[in-house]
Design a protein around this ligand. Sequence first.
Ligand code: C5P
Length: 218
Amino acid sequence: MIIPVVTIDGPSGAGKGTVSRAVAMQLGWGYLDSGAIYRSLAIATAQQGVDVKNVAAVVKAAQDMLLEFECAAELIVKLDGINITSELAAETTGNTASIIAAYPEVRAVLLQKQRDFRKAPGLVADGRDMGTVVFADAEKKVYLTASAEERGKRRYKQLKEKGINANLLQITEEIESRDRRDRERVAAPLKMAEDALHIDSSQLSIEQVIKEVLDWVR
Ligand code: C5P
């Protein structure tokens, strides 16, 4: 039996996480936050004092890390048995994640960890290459974008709500440079799958986006 997958890819701050979680809940399916895997690896390398330019050492950290995901009201992530959820959202974590995510060897190690999330009755997978690489055979693919300005504002709000200190201009610039790195890398760059539905969420509420995705899936 083929287990259905809905992929939701796009740049940072487009609303992928919120939309994916809501769609997964409505469908009664599992949810994969693939960015959290790259972010967890970023935390693992920082904890071990690994130089992120040392590809072999980053690959080793990726092979060794034991990750556990628990889907409660929010996603809880444990790295080697320790809850790292509160560290995941930091911008520095996202930036380091984007540096190590550019290494093809690292992506190869993390590929199976992501595919293991495909379990009955179905999966909603959120990331950059869900529809183009990891679940290229997914039947329903969405590419969710929003203007850089809007994405900066949303990320700023998210960080503030989590009690993390942030500067809007700096956040917007960091988002833009991270997106550039994600788009321009050779290994699994951020791009729209040919068969994806493109939704620009700049002028839409999160509820409108969720409805559009659910209508498309159903
Ligand atoms: O989505 P999130 O902001 O948590 O992702 C952090 C970083 O991890 C991204 O900027 C990207 O470089 C990397 N990533 C990736 N492929 C994915 C998900 C995330 O390369 N499928």
